[in-house]
Design a protein around this ligand. Structure first.
Ligand code: RIB
Ligand code: CA
Length: 314
């Protein structure tokens, strides 16, 4: 059997973050979750840190260490998304308050310490929210950049445009300076933009396949999805909403589900109109260096079949 991939999940739960975490927990043969670091994003840090622990306990994974990270972007004031995720950030199911404690260590220091301890090239960062923690870790410990095996991020958008502004996707928009720092770091980046995640719609039949699993985690996941999708169904008039974050973990499990190409990606930092936009040189019209594998196509039925299969194991 192939070597398990060691991952750190950096997250701002968030119902779709929860789906990514359940997918990771349902794949213990392939993935070893070294820890979860939380960041302010969908909701403030106190709530993302509470939600991450509630998700772990929902899955019976009190063994997982959860570290609180940055409570605001590196430079800008925090922008949150309660309008999408509800005031708790995990609206939908009624879940008990967490009993497991947060780790004392700051999430940024956990990332640095883990990358320095584990053999170089063996730890993957799976980022589901603004990239603040990663940027702060790189600033504090530039030596960790070459030690990262890969950074798989949910973030950005190009052909699909933006979701929080016409030009910018939320995770990048909240902390564009952090995103730019990561993209300039030399870390091998795999980018899951809205161009992919807008193909991953929580169609009724897909949600029913998860409900049919019948376990408490699966039912809670359905309740999260039914809450989470209402905003996008309203906005896009689609059957179901885009399920963004699990695309990152699905890539680690079945990369063949995705198609994309190596590109240069830069982030707009100045313009009021387009700040946070990920400018993807998809047609290679500049000589700017490739710094990300940008995904554009996905087998969405294969993706949801993987989710249903792995959720059943949680
Ligand atoms: O734009 C979608 C992203 O923003 C997802 O990660 C969602 O959880 C929110 O953080
Ligand atoms: Ca997220």
């Amino acid at each position: 059997m192939a070597e398990k991939r060691k991952i750190i999940i950096d997250t701002d739960p968030g119902q779709d973050d929860a789906a990514a975490i359940l997918l990771a927990f349902g794949s213990p043969e392939e993935l070893e979750v070294l820890g979860i670091t939380t960041v302010a994003g969908n909701v403030p840090l106190a709530l993302t840190s509470r939600n991450a622990r509630m998700i772990c306990e929902l899955c019976g994974r009190q063994d997982i260490k959860v570290f609180a990270g940055a409570d605001r972007p590196v430079k800008r004031p925090l922008i949150t998304a309660e309008h999408v995720h509800g005031k708790t950030g995990l609206d939908g199911p009624v879940l008990p308050a967490p009993t497991m404690a947060l780790q004392e260590q700051h999430g940024v220091d956990f990332i640095i310490e883990t990358l320095r301890r584990e053999p170089a090239g063996t730890v993957t960062l799976c980022t589901l929210g603004p990239l603040t923690n990663i940027a702060l870790a790189l600033e504090k410990a530039p030596d960790i950049a070459p030690r990262v095996r890969e950074l798989v991020m949910m973030g950005g958008g190009f052909f699909e445009g933006g979701n929080i502004t016409p030009a910018a996707e939320f995770n990048i928009y909240v902390d564009p300076e952090a995103a730019q720092a990561v993209l300039k770091s030399g870390i091998p980046v795999v980018m899951m933009p809205l161009d992919v995640t807008h193909q991953l719609l929580t169609l009724k039949k897909r949600v029913e396949a998860i409900r049919a699993i019948g376990t408490r985690p699966a039912i809670a996941m359905v309740e999260m999805l039914e809450f989470f999708e209402r905003f996008d169904v309203e906005k896009y008039g689609s059957d179901g909403g885009p399920l963004h974050d699990p695309s990152t973990v699905a890539y680690l499990l079945k990369p063949e589900l995705f198609k994309g190409r190596d590109c240069n990606v830069e982030v707009e930092l100045e313009s009021e109109l387009t700040v946070g936009m990920t400018v993807v040189d998809w047609w290679q019209v500049t000589d700017r260096k490739h710094n990300a594998k940008v995904m554009r196509h996905v087998d969405s039925d294969g993706f949801f079949a993987l989710l249903a299969e792995r959720f059943a194991r949680v």
